[in-house]
Write a protein that binds this ligand. Sequence first.
Ligand code: HEC
Length: 112
Amino acid sequence: MRIYKQILAITLAIFIVLVGNSSALAADTANGAKIFTVNCAACHPNGGNIIRWGKGLKKRALRWNKMDSIEAISSLVAKGKNNMSAFQDRLTQEEINDVAVYVLQQADQGWR
Ligand code: HEC
């Protein structure tokens, strides 16, 4: 009988870990979307770029400009570049990371 209790406990533990992780992931994406709407969408509506055509956030542009990684996007967002302002004083590293993940995810889905 004891062995059943142990199996039950282990199964429960695995379940909690899995559910816990997936909800954390969902929260990050939702947070990234919110950060994007507030800080980025004015210049990058629907993954475009109203200031510099060719520097948009669509998959092809990101790949072409070697911006198709979380590290590259986070670094650009933190430090800024030319007409894009730096966000390191306005967003935390975690928020920058969340928005980078969101940009890549949207690029994968074609910004629909
Ligand atoms: C004031 C307008 C403006 C805002 C606000 C802005 N950007 Fe940009 N963004 C630009 C411009 C201009 C460039 C092109 C920079 C360059 O390479 O000269 C750019 C480039 C980028 C690129 C690289 C795209 C490529 O194809 O090379 C990424 C990624 C990006 N922005 C993400 C963001 C994110 C995420 C935010 C919000 C945290 C944001 N931007 C806010 C204007 C803006």
